[in-house]
Design a binder for this molecule. Structure first.
Ligand SMILES: Nc1ncnc2c1ncn2[C@@H]1O[C@H](COP(=O)(O)OP(=O)(O)OP(=O)(O)O)[C@@H](O)[C@H]1O
Ligand SMILES: [Mg+2]
Length: 256
């Protein structure tokens, strides 16, 4: 576990910069082993003196370079599950293995370290720092992940280019459209090179054209940044681009 936590990610050296501009130079990824495995996961909450059973035995596997979508009616438990996968919450029962390690047994501090290095989050409401520019918002996640400062400029430039916002880098969130804000949020979420990107209804506040644009960016970052993406959505047209769709009913997946 310790070695796993201590593992340093490549940052600003020349090789990393070369790889950034040409992903074909990166070593191949073993896509046969799951990046994350959720097994028998249950989560309930005490409400009014009773237990509300939200998740009742979730089985899920996320493989490298996959775009996985979770669907289900409002209140079915999608966000609850995403919070567990992202280490923001812990299950009452069951196991969550991330990169082969028992995430469900980690302490709060250990989960925080893993979250900062290995996970990226995107929320429906963008969650950008309102007083910081697009550039500063992206830079903030490099600072939080302890990425050495010399690598920041190249990485922020690359991430804003990737989401097509080079020309808006000095704008603050209120000076950007909804779609642009969500694209800054994507750049911010991937800047520290997480292996897993979690997105809770990332297109819900966007019109269909902007939603399609965000999905285009997701597809591209899976290829060029070599991440796995797990997201929730209610939108059937968005689901068409998924590699796998899981449907949640009564706290379980009906098609897993
Ligand atoms: N901390 C909590 N305490 C009590 N109940 C909770 C808590 N978190 C979630 N719930 C309940 O769990 C259920 C599932 O909530 P969740 O937010 O996971 O649903 P969802 O599938 O994401 O819905 P939506 O599509 O509306 O976002 C809801 O009924 C909610 O009220
Ligand atoms: Mg939700």
């Amino acid at each position: 576990m310790r070695t796993w936590l201590r593992r340093q990610r490549p940052t600003a050296d020349l090789q990393a910069q070369r790889e950034e501009s040409n992903p074909s130079l990166l070593p191949p990824i073993d896509t046969s082993q799951p990046l994350l495995t959720v097994s028998g996961v249950e989560r309930s909450f005490p409400v009014g003196g009773q237990q509300l059973h939200v998740l009742r035995g979730i089985e899920l596997e996320l493989y490298p370079l996959q775009l996985v979508m979770l669907k289900g009616r409002s209140g079915s438990g999608k966000t609850t599950l995403l919070n567990l996968i992202g280490g923001l919450d812990q299950p009452n029962r069951g196991t969550i293995h991330f990169q082969g390690h028992p995430f469900h047994l980690c302490s709060d501090d250990q989960r925080t370290v893993i979250r900062r290095k290995e996970l990226g989050f995107i929320f429906q409401s963008f969650a950008l720092m309102p007083l910081l520019s697009a550039w500063e918002n992206v830079e903030l996640s490099l600072r939080m992940a302890d990425v050495p400062r010399p690598g920041w400029k190249a990485r922020v430039t690359h991430c804003l280019e990737l989401v097509g916002l080079s020309k808006r880098m000095h704008h603050r969130p209120f000076e950007l459209s909804g779609g642009e804000q969500q694209r800054v949020a994507i750049a911010k979420a991937i800047a520290h090179k997480p292996s897993l990107l979690l997105a809770d209804e990332p297109t819900a506040e966007l019109d269909s054209q902007m939603g399609a644009q965000v999905m285009g960016v997701f597809r591209e970052i899976i290829q060029t940044e070599r991440m796995t993406i797990c997201m929730t959505t209610h939108d059937p047209t968005i689901m068409e681009v998924a590699d796998r769709v899981y449907e949640m009913v009564d706290g379980k997946f009906i098609n897993s």
